[in-house]
Design a protein around this ligand. Structure first.
Ligand SMILES: Cc1ncc(COP(=O)(O)O)c(C=O)c1O
Length: 379
């Protein structure tokens, strides 16, 4: 079946009891048992429930995985994946990942004896140089947030195979419609489903898609033991969002390409980071590895003051964190999403004070362009 057919139908079969075309929301914490430990597949909603099972089947199918586990946020899913590590284990990660991942690893997980090294994963050489005998995991975000660096997933899979590492890819920025990391050799794919998969800025959710049974068993153990599995209503909303993923991504992608070209030609803009522009250092790789360039654009207006003026003067674009919703969001990573990264580290990885990140929505692109143009004149 094609991507859209899977997105609409996998896990979303009509309700056997009533014929309802949309599976009902099982808003219940517990399930009556026919006898002790005899049930219809469910006993308690922290452990599992039908809406979660349905959504997990759907996302696993879209990413080409074995199965998936959905959590109350992207960070909860990512935390569950890092629990595959043991004290003394080491992981290599893409620098300039989402700030919350930096905080989770460097402020929380280090307290449990895990070790982390951040490198530019677009360089195979740098990744190899960071490896230690204790390295167990390679964690890649591509394109990176907000520096839009693209990492060669097949090359990372080659290293992972050779050194027996688990390759984890955060696919939030592109969604499985535009990039399928499992096809390039990833073992685990994570998403903040708060973003494109949910698609409507009305929930927080995360997923870990796995390809190996041993990872599935461990992550399910974390999900039911730590209790951060996604609740029925949020599973329903995410599944509803996913049904329109393909059409939304087509429009996001088209709007993204148009606005990136517009910004690249604007005299108030110093540089644009967007893999779809031929000037992007990994443009050819992005063309090969991705089905489209997506709708995340970062651009530099020269200073924090200039960024502030732009963000305070947009009218249609909303000043907000997050991304991937139908409405266009604009932010300053240095002071907002990436403020948990120390300033000197931000500078090292290219998150300048004047950097502005835009998550291009699916509004009429002429309106978005006009809004950015009028706000840029005030810079
Ligand atoms: C690329 C990426 N990964 C993970 C996360 C964390 O997801 P959540 O906010 O759903 O916990 C985010 C959040 O912005 C993100 O942008």
């Amino acid at each position: 079946m094609g991507f859209s057919t899977d997105a609409i139908h996998t896990g979303q079969e009509p309700d056997a009891a009533t014929g309802a075309i949309v599976p009902p929301i099982y808003q219940t914490s517990t399930y009556v048992q026919e006898g002790i430990n005899q049930n219809k597949g469910y006993d308690y909603a922290r452990t599992n429930h039908p809406n979660r099972k349905a959504l997990e089947r759907c996302v696993a199918k879209l990413e080409g995985g074995l199965t998936s586990y959905v959590f109350s946020s992207g960070m909860a899913a990512i935390d569950a994946v890092f629990r595959l590590l043991r004290p003394g284990d080491h992981a290599v990660l893409s620098e300039a990942v989402y700030g919350g991942v930096y905080r989770l690893t460097m402020q929380l997980l280090v307290q449990f004896g895990m070790e982390f090294t951040y490198v530019n994963t677009s360089s195979e050489e740098k990744v190899r140089a960071a490896l230690r005998p204790s390295t167990k995991m390679l964690y890649v975000e591509t394109p990176t947030n907000p520096t839009m660096i693209v990492t060669d997933l097949a090359a990372m899979a080659g290293i992972a195979r050779e050194k027996r590492l688990t390759l984890v890819v955060d696919n939030t920025f592109l969604s499985p419609y535009l990039q399928r990391p499992v096809e390039h050799g990833a073992h685990i794919v994570v998403h903040s489903m708060t973003k494109y998969l949910g698609g409507h800025s009305d929930l927080t959710a995360g997923v870990a898609v796995v390809t190996r049974q041993e990872d599935a068993d461990k992550i399910y153990f974390v999900q039911r033991s730590a209790g951060a599995g996604l609740a029925p209503m949020d599973c329903f909303l995410t599944a509803r969002g996913i049904k329109t993923l393909a059409v939304r991504m087509e429009r996001h992608n088209a709007n993204g390409e148009t606005l990136a070209k517009f910004l690249a030609g604007h005299k108030k803009v110093k540089r644009v980071l967007y893999p779809g522009l031929p000037s992007h250092p990994q443009h050819e790789l992005a063309k090969r590895q991705q089905k489209g360039f997506g709708a995340m654009i970062s651009f530099d207006v020269g200073s924090l003051e200039a960024a502030r003026r732009l963000l305070e003067n947009v009218k249609l674009c909303s000043l907000a964190e997050s991304l991937g919703g139908v409405e266009t969001l604009i932010s300053n990573p240095a002071l907002m999403t990436h403020s948990s990264i120390p300033p000197e580290r931000r500078r090292e990885v290219g998150i300048t004070d004047g950097l502005v990140r835009i998550s291009v929505g699916i509004e009429d692109v002429e309106d978005l362009q006009a809004d950015l143009d009028q706000a840029l004149t005030k810079v």
